[in-house]
Write a protein of this length. Structure first.
Length: 543
């Protein structure tokens, strides 16, 4: 990355996202981005705010559900692998719709490590084949063009009506009960129901109802619709619409469409020339359009050799072949050679092909190279790849770093918090940790440090709950002098230190899962050297 790229990436007042359509990269002012997101998340019919990160509770629910289904023989023993080993809270973000007035955002939930991600993939592998059986199903552009190629309207002109419709905010508008009813309807029609329909419904319900995410330091649950970002999303949307259409057409007694087709996806990326070959039914029309396409790319400084090769390839494809259904690729034994593109790589590839016979005749390699390797160049990162992130960078806030009293009535933690604005925590090994974030007693999902002001001994801990809740437990253990608690032992006789010497400081705010928080705690323990006998930590937590 260049200097400009780095400065853009570090600018916390800008949000950089790909446009919803068109391939552009959009720089969004942070306040406008947050305002648009909060406006959508304020819809209480679709979202509800949560007091803290629910990842741990969801993971427990998923684990219990899978164990129950396996014990009841509704799922095989291998289904236990559907439990994600290190789950993290999903991220909510927006893709700017720059093609619409006021540039609204399309809500996306990045759920690649959430507790239900593997379940979503598994259920989708069962539901996606059902989508292709729907009467209104369209696979892609060639499929649609084949459908209408021989279609003829009725002779009566008054009956010729071409219309299109769109479902507004489909993904966030689907009631969960309607989605589950549709899935039940189509699963009951399976030829091989080896796994009960009720099992898939329970797993789908988990994905739909446990869709939780974080945005701007706040946690939310989606209570209606399906997340646009989960693997299961498109299948749920298509099956729900298919069930609705089936019910509608069975009840409607008026004039019905002669041809009714639907697509739940707008992203069908094909090369422009191949697209023109499919659309143009007349060769003269195609020749005219292809010249316009070539001229368009010439104006944008595309190499003439590239354009000539593209035109030569497309001229060898007739329209019937372009519209032919996709077929599965024949398996190949050719070993892929994936390289990063650079002009100097081309001679290397040529040298490999010139000498591939050596590999084919060598006894140690001939079984691996019955055919020459297949060369491919990976796409290099552009500026969008470097700058775009699903998670939102922390805003630059004027809050003073350190831990401050929450000033709630009867808070036991306020009297023991350390709120030195230049707070540094120094361990027994003289390593220093500077606190850069702002905390209060109500901060949750943190790594914290207990300090004895008399002897400067430290204890590093972590909690997903509010800091005040965890510190209250420490205070209680000290007052009751509970055995087996190093902190309680230190602040009670025969030690000369007392509870009045206790000071607490939050050190690290953690966004991710319990695993991430424990890892941060271990790192801070090692950095400050707080393991016994130099500190009050007895051991490192196992990850």
């Amino acid at each position: 990355m260049g200097v400009t790229d780095v400065s853009l990436k570090k600018n916390k007042n800008l949000i950089i996202k790909p446009a919803d359509k068109g391939g552009a990269t959009v720089v969004w002012r942070r306040d406008l981005y947050v305002s648009e997101a909060e406006k959508q998340l304020s819809d209480q019919t679709a979202y509800t705010e949560l007091p803290m990160d629910p990842t741990s509770e969801i993971q427990t629910l998923v684990k219990k559900t899978l164990a129950t289904l396996v014990s009841q023989k509704h799922l095989p023993e291998s289904a236990k692998a559907l439990l994600h080993p290190c789950p993290q809270i999903s991220n909510f973000y927006l893709l700017p719709k720059i093609h619409k007035a006021n540039n609204p955002g399309r809500p996306i939930v990045s759920s690649h490590s959430c507790p239900t991600v593997l379940i979503s993939q598994y259920v989708d592998s069962v539901l996606s084949p059902l989508v292709s059986t729907l009467p209104s199903f369209i696979q892609d552009t060639p499929h649609f063009l084949r459908l209408i190629q021989n279609f003829e309207f009725p002779e009566n002109p008054s009956e010729r009506t071409l219309f299109t419709m769109d479902v507004s905010s489909l993904y966030t508008s689907i009631p969960h009960h309607a989605a589950l009813a549709a899935i039940r309807h189509y699963l009951d029609q399976r030829q091989d129901p080896s796994i009960p329909t009720t099992t898939f419904l329970r797993l789908t319900e988990l994905v739909l109802t446990q869709n939780c995410f974080q945005f701007n330091g706040r946690f939310f649950r989606q209570i209606k619709g399906v997340a646009m970002g989960t693997k299961l999303g498109p299948s749920v949307a298509c099956l729900t619409m298919g069930h609705f259409e089936e019910q509608l057409f069975s009840r409607y007694t008026g004039i019905k469409p002669i041809l009714y087709k639907r697509s739940c996806t707008n992203s069908i990326p094909f090369s422009q020339l191949l697209r023109a070959r499919r659309i143009c039914s007349d060769d003269q029309d195609f020749a005219k359009v292809s010249k316009q396409i070539i001229s368009f790319f010439e104006q944008r400084q595309y190499p003439q050799r590239v354009l000539s090769n593209a035109l030569k390839r497309i001229q060898g494809i007739d329209r019937a072949s372009a519209l032919a259904p996709k077929t599965d690729h024949t398996p190949t034994r050719r070993i892929p050679l994936v390289l990063s593109f650079h002009p100097s790589v081309t001679p290397i590839v040529r040298a490999i092909y010139r000498n591939v016979e050596t590999l084919r005749h060598d006894p140690s390699t001939r079984d691996h190279f019955p055919d020459p390797p297949i060369t491919a160049f990976r796409i290099e990162k552009n500026i969008s790849k470097h700058l775009v992130r699903a998670s939102q960078p922390q805003a630059v806030v004027p809050d003073t770093p350190g831990t401050f009293p929450c000033n709630r009535g009867r808070c036991n933690t306020c009297p023991v918090v350390s709120y030195d604005k230049n707070l540094s925590i120094v361990g027994p090994n003289n390593n220093r940790f500077n606190v850069h974030q702002h905390f209060t007693c109500t901060s949750a999902n943190v790594v914290y440090v207990l300090v004895c002001k008399r002897c400067n001994i430290l204890y590093v801990g972590e909690t997903k709950r509010r800091l005040a809740d965890r510190v209250t437990e420490h205070l209680r253990s000290i007052k009751q002098n509970l055995p087996g608690f190093p902190v309680a032992t230190h602040f009670n006789p025969p030690s000369t230190c007392s509870i009045r010497d206790l000071m607490v400081s939050a050190a690290i705010s953690c966004r991710g899962s319990d695993h991430d928080r424990l890892a941060a705690e271990n790192r801070l323990i090692m950095k400050l050297g707080t393991l016994s006998p130099h500190g009050l930590n007895v051991r490192l937590e196992l990850l």
